[in-house]
Design a protein around this ligand. Sequence first.
Ligand code: AMP
Ligand code: MN
Ligand code: MN
Ligand code: MN
Length: 286
Amino acid sequence: MHQLNADLHCHSTVSDGTLSPEQLAQRAKGNGVALWALTDHDEVAGQHRAAAAARAAGIDYLAGVEISVSFGGHTIHIVGLGIDPDDAALRTGLADTRRGRDRRARAIGDSLAAAGVDGALEGAQALAGNPEMVTRTHFARWLVDTGVCRDLHDVFRQYLVRGKPGYVPQQWATLRDAVGWIAGAGGIAVIAHPARYKVTANEESALFDEFTSYGGRAVEVQTASHGDADVAKYSALARRHGLLASRGSDFHAPGESRVELGALPALPGGLTPVWSELHTRIVRAA
Ligand code: AMP
Ligand code: MN
Ligand code: MN
Ligand code: MN
């Protein structure tokens, strides 16, 4: 159960990945993934394609999503696993969450222009596979493609983050709504990559308390942005709060993502994998 090669977090062209759901299914298969979930940001439009491609490739599949949430002035990501992608309340909630992106993208373009970088909006839009999902990743790739920055790491140090050109605050979904949409669609809500948030210890403890009070049940322990100390910290936290543990590469693009699809270490022992509670939600391989 622990040794199962599950990869339950990645992105396609439906959000800010560069591979299609079908290409990701092939890549997952090639990398030995046995249970896969595509978790595009704020959008489930790729879910039926991903499930069909996984089935054809002979791997088990869980429908997924990664919802952008505003929590105490911070942006937090909540992954939903085993959801029904056709659930009406989930779809409406995600459409509402996506709605502000267009205005935000314009404001990011204006802010970059004011800093002397022209044409970013059109550049980012041209790179986006889904016109409703122009993300900071698309701006970042354009800034690299045009030679303004060396790589994505360089972009997110100089641009698009608080206090830098191209930063535009955004009101996303509430934590209560995001957890509620996921649970209402039959899924399990997971706090994504918890070590990435620049929160204080008190804020983090409030996040976990509120998350569980709304029905959230799991936390990502193994993910690309977690070092050994982070894995140990969130393993302990999962045990203390009685949370299930998840594992996902957060793969976005070949040559860009640090961790390849399906290439993370196994979950540490003593944790209950989130998939142990999702048997009835798995789309079985053909
Ligand atoms: P958005 O939802 O438009 O704010 O875009 C957020 C996306 O930007 C994340 O999902 C990541 O893919 C990407 N991102 C944010 N920070 C970084 C970073 N430091 N390095 C690489 N990608 C990042
Ligand atoms: Mn992303
Ligand atoms: Mn994320
Ligand atoms: Mn992600």
